[in-house]
Each structure stands twice: as structure tokens, then as C-alpha cells.
Design a protein around this ligand. Sequence first.
Ligand SMILES: Cc1cc2nc3c(=O)[nH]c(=O)nc-3n(C[C@H](O)[C@H](O)[C@H](O)COP(=O)(O)OP(=O)(O)OC[C@H]3O[C@@H](n4cnc5c(N)ncnc54)[C@H](O)[C@@H]3O)c2cc1C
Length: 310
Amino acid sequence: MLRLLLLAQHTQPALFGGADGPLGRGYMGHLTGSISAITLTDPAGAQAFACRMLERGVFARRRLRPTDAALRAEPFGNIAFWLDNPSEARNNVAAIARALATRLAALAGQNGQLGLHIRKFARAPISAAVGLSGAVFQLLYAKLSGGYPGAVDLIADASGAWRLCYHGEQMRNAHNRVRLHDARDSLGLPKLAIDFHMNDADFESVLAAHEALDADLRASGLGALRFDAGRAETRAAIASAARDGYHQLGGAAMSADPSAGVVNAQCRAHDVENLWIASSCVFASGGQANPTLTIIALARRLAAALAGRA
Ligand SMILES: Cc1cc2nc3c(=O)[nH]c(=O)nc-3n(C[C@H](O)[C@H](O)[C@H](O)COP(=O)(O)OP(=O)(O)OC[C@H]3O[C@@H](n4cnc5c(N)ncnc54)[C@H](O)[C@@H]3O)c2cc1C
């Protein structure tokens, strides 16, 4: 989408605020990684954060997020945290076997559920065997990959802690910019030149959010974070993990002000009457969440508005 807009601007240089205007600026991604472990005063409560199957093929897990009020008051961007198994637990066959045994025991104790499964197997051995091999595949996959796909119990490390992972917002930065490249692709169109960097403000934001979570956990007596290293090394670890190349956001931001954005609140280009944009390039900020749902929500809203006009 950005390339199409840049090509249009190349033909008509005054479009979208001109060469020094907002088009192509504020290209963003997300920061993801893990810099700490979390301990909980009530360790049993950790299972509420385990990855669970909601329905066939649909997995979900609870995450921890700052409240809207905290996001407004505190000096950090949006972020979400989730608990994961420590790598030693992922590789610890005995721990996984223990977790499986616990789950089987729980299953057997559920009002004859185990007997029900055995009866199902007897009635439809082929589909049951297919289901069973699928479950074995999922378990193997979860073991090898450390998580997906599958419902995986959370297993603490020897010190009673779990990994805490994060997915955080990258701050909008006008210097992160997409332009047309001199080189051409196989169709003869200019390639894109992308200036994309995460900077100190992004790393500091992630670190500050962890520190706020740690302070909250301690103040409420619910638990604590244990950082892998001191502050400087932790910042460096955030920087080295910040290699987002898959959540392309921004570049044709939404803004009421044509000098600050390419589209208005209805996703219509400020200076092209019949051009509407459905893409993550209209995001004015990155947030913490994976973008697809928001892209779809904006696209559906736009589709309804266009259908209304038609
Ligand atoms: C590896 C990977 C994993 C991801 N995982 C997730 C995830 O788990 N969850 C999530 O929410 N998001 C995820 N994303 C991000 C998400 O896919 C993107 O943010 C989203 O697809 C962006 O949508 P878009 O419509 O803006 O751009 P795109 O999906 O890139 O769509 C642009 C479209 O324009 C077309 N196009 C380009 N040039 C032209 C042209 N000249 N003429 C005509 N058509 C053209 C392209 O063919 C393409 O169909 C992932 C992305 C990647 C790469």
C-alpha cells in the first residue's frame, strides 16, 4: 500500500503533504522478548495463565496488561506480558511427564471421563487413533518448540519461577521512514528503501513497564519479577531481541491534521477525494497487540461506510 501511495506521490509530488509530508513516516513494529522471570505468592494461580484450547484449533492464554489509567500516567507505552515455561522445564522430560501424569490423573477423576474416552475409542478406533496421533504430534511439537500448538501446563523452574515474555509498543518516530528506492523489482517498479530502527526510548519503555509491574506485584503481595541481569544489560537484551520484521504498521497515519497524517478518521486520504485506505499503514500508533484484528475492524467499518455511500 505504501509503495502505491509513494508511486502516486512520485507522479504528483504535492500529494499527501509533499516530499517532506507525513507519507512514509512513522513506520513501526513491535518489541518482543523476555528479560525476567516471575514468581507468584500463590504458585497454583499460575495455571490460570497457561495456554488452553478454547475450541478445536483455537488456543488462548491470559495476559497481563497495564490499565488504561496506568498507560496515561506512566512513562511507558502499551505492553502485554504472558507467562511461559522456563527453557529448562521445556527441555525437562521428567517435568513434562509429571505434568502429563497429573493431567491424566485429573481426567480419570472426572466422573468417569476416562471411561468415556475409552468407550469412544472402542466405538471408532480409526478416528480415535487419528485423534490420538494428533495429540501426540501436538505434545511433541509443544515439547520441541516450547509452546504451540497445544494446551501446555505451566511448569516452574527449580526456584519456583516462570519466564515472563512481553510484546510491546514501539514509539512512533518520524525518522523511521519508507521511501522509493532507485532499484527496480522484476515488474519494473521501484523497490522500497526502509529506514527502520528501534531506539533508546523504545527499550526504556519496555524496561519501565517491567519495573512498574514488579513494583505492583510487590506492593500487592502477589509476587515479584526477577530480572535476568542489571539495568544496563537488561536494556541491551531488549535491544538485541528487538528484531520485529512482521508487524508492519504506520507510514500513512490517520490524523485530523493533513500535515501530520495521510488519512482522516474515516480512512479517506486528505487530499484525494475518492481514495480510502484499508491497511495497517493507517495506524497512528503501534499499540501492543498483533495488528490483524484492528486492520479487519477498520476495513469492515470502511466497507460498511462505502456500501452506505453506494
Ligand atoms: C511472518 C509474519 C507473521 C505475522 N503474524 C501475525 C500474527 O500472528 N498476528 C497478527 O495480527 N499479525 C501478524 N502479522 C502481521 C500482519 O500480517 C500484517 O500486519 C498485515 O498483513 C498487514 O496488512 P496490510 O493489508 O496493511 O498489508 P499486506 O497484508 O502486506 O497487504 C498488502 C497487499 O497489497 C498488495 N500489493 C502490494 N503492491 C501492490 C501493487 N502494486 N498492486 C496491487 N496490489 C499490491 C499485496 O499483494 C498485498 O496483498 C504477521 C506478518 C508476518 C509477515
